[in-house]
Design a binder for this molecule. Structure first.
Ligand code: PLP
Ligand code: COI
Length: 341
């Protein structure tokens, strides 16, 4: 296969149409066989469940070219499981895990010319998603659904690569206390749009959302979980029922303990404690680990000792180990890497 002629090293996090996508339709209580297709456009009824009542869930994972030239993806089984949880919560049918993994592999293989070469810093972002496709006008779940996977080559999520970010403590909430914050539903991201647009307008890179019940604890940003490092080198990640259970964060906790010999704990993190941490990062598929240099809480600046120039030393070790595992430079724990070709 000949790679596409793209300036891979200068890609941002944007959508670019690739050649193939996967689609399967659910009707009369069953999924059809699914197929790889070329048409990137979707035609649905004006009253489709997704258009009227936002019945949609999605996932995000990446395909990597490893040092020895294979194309792989990272823990797609966990994306399949999370999508199952998301679908059930929005009264949608489950796309079976084995089929989900097979479809990811099939669509990446079809688009292998779009998988960025090793060493460019770019990856192929894989976006599985599902939505209610038939008409509903009374508030109820749709009867028909479409599951699709699109792929697009991407670079870093935040402009400037690993430049430390500045966040603000948001006055808006992204989730409700017993709502949908812990699933990957499009509606959560719609909720975050006003907060992100106003944060950018005020010169911040992202929002730190607080827990919606008490507004005293750290939740996450619009698209990534937090990871903190204490002054004595312990990794701490916030625990909450209303944040997305990040696969990157769960993997990093294991990497911290098993590869770096660090202590790592998942616990409630109070806004008041932020000033005591040595390092802060955002973790997610798109964000990988993006360092945070400063958090502004209504004019009060919390500056992490790692500063505004580079990643903190432990964040850097975590970053190097995780990306080393993903790119085949470091041996992965069993079952983490799915070889595609
Ligand atoms: N939190 C939110 C709100 C997200 O959208 C994402 C991205 O998927 C994450 C956290 C990170 O999750 P993961 O590491 O599974 O990509
Ligand atoms: C991901 O990291 O895959 C996400 O879905 C987050 C989104 C903000 C791009």
């Amino acid at each position: 296969m000949e790679k596409k002629n793209i300036d891979w090293s200068n890609l941002g996090f944007g959508y670019q149409i690739t050649d193939y996508r996967y689609v399967s339709n659910y009707k009369n209580g069953a999924w059809d066989d699914g197929a790889i297709i070329t048409d990137p456009n979707i035609v649905i009824n004006e009253c489709a469940g997704v258009l009227q009542y936002s019945q949609s869930v999605f996932e995000g994972l990446k395909a990597y070219t490893t040092q020895d030239g294979h194309i792989v993806c990272f823990r797609p089984d966990l994306n399949a499981e999370r999508m199952e949880t998301s679908a059930k919560k929005l009264e949608m049918p489950v796309f079976p895990k084995e089929r989900f993994i097979a479809a990811v592999k099939e669509v990446v293989k079809a688009n292998d010319a779009w998988v960025p070469p090793y060493g460019t810093g770019a990856t192929l972002y894989i976006r599985p998603y599902m939505f209610g496709s038939n008409s509903v006008i009374g508030v109820k779940p749709a009867d028909e659904y479409q599951f699709r996977i699109l792929t697009t080559p991407v670079g870093p999520y935040f402009k400037g690569g690993v430049r430390p970010l500045t966040l603000r403590v948001s006055d808006f909430d992204r989730a409700a206390p017993r709502g949908t914050g812990n699933i990957k539903a499009g509606l959560n991201y719609a909720m975050s749009l006003h907060a992100i647009v106003t944060a950018h307008a005020e010169g911040y890179d992202e929002n730190l959302f607080l827990d919606p019940a008490t507004r005293t604890k750290v939740e996450e940003t619009g698209g990534a979980n937090f990871l903190f490092v204490t002054k004595d080198g312990k990794v701490v990640t916030p625990k909450s029922d209303s944040i997305l259970p990040s696969i990157t964060r769960r993997s990093l906790v294991q990497v911290a303990k098993e590869y770096l010999g660090l202590e790592a704990e998942e616990r409630e993190v109070y806004l008041d404690e932020l000033k005591d941490f040595a390092e802060c990062g955002l973790c997610g598929t798109a964000a990988v680990i993006s360092p945070v240099g400063k958090i502004v809480d209504h004019g009060k600046e919390i500056c992490f000792p790692s500063g505004m120039q580079e990643m903190g030393p432990i964040t850097k070790k975590l970053y190097d180990t995780l990306t080393g595992i993903q790119m085949g430079r470091i041996e992965a724990p069993k079952g983490w890497i799915e070889v595609i070709e």
